[in-house]
Design a protein around this ligand. Sequence first.
Ligand code: KIV
Length: 256
Amino acid sequence: MIKYTIQHIKDFKKASEPFATLTAYDFTSAQILDEAKIPLILVGDSASMVMYGYDTTVPVSMDEMMLVVRAVTRGAKHSLVVADMPFLSYQPSIEETMKNAGLFLKKGNASAVKLEGGVHVETHISSLVNSGIPVLGHVGLTPQSYHQLSGYKIQGKTPREAQKIIDDAMAVQNSGAFGVVLECIPSLLAQEITNMLTIPTIGIGSGKSCDGQIQVFHDILGFSAAKAPKHAKQYGNMYTNVLEIVKNYKSDIEKT
Ligand code: KIV
């Protein structure tokens, strides 16, 4: 079975081949995604909500992310694993960025890191790339700026906002990232950016024109008590199924 690399991800765009990526946060789900030949697994900072029960991605720490990154890389033998840099693990300085991204590769065994932002993190990205750490960018709705954005909303609806997202995506490419996540932007804007860039775009809630797509594992499984975002098609109802199994187990034991 193929061992996916950065080059494979770039080649999908060159070949105009759409590709599916997903998040994972533990060993078993990483094994499943790996067996399904998902080329790229993101250990998203959505772990903050999905694994740790926080309300947003703001509180999750480097130590908490490191635990899930290490579990996923033990399970994924073929998928490329990208570790998401948590809030304030890179924003304060280039030194912090280098130290924390380096830890994800050295201790976490990840192959690349993801960070949010465009023009303002150009130097952060180029410093990592120049040191041999591949970077996936993330523009549009950047959930770590939840408070600054006054909640999770579609971004880029006005011409001014749209131009800012285009500038951010260009900055991510120019600083050497191998790809960029476009989160919750209008599909026409995502199409324009996808046509403009030479690196692959990976969309979430941004229409079908992106080169690849990403979703949160628990959202497509229906494996959460909370309602999944509208853009996440649910392929199952795992929460209800698991609840049923646990109830059946409980009543079996109670009967004996
Ligand atoms: O943390 C996350 O799950 C993400 C998304 C792009 C899926 O950043």
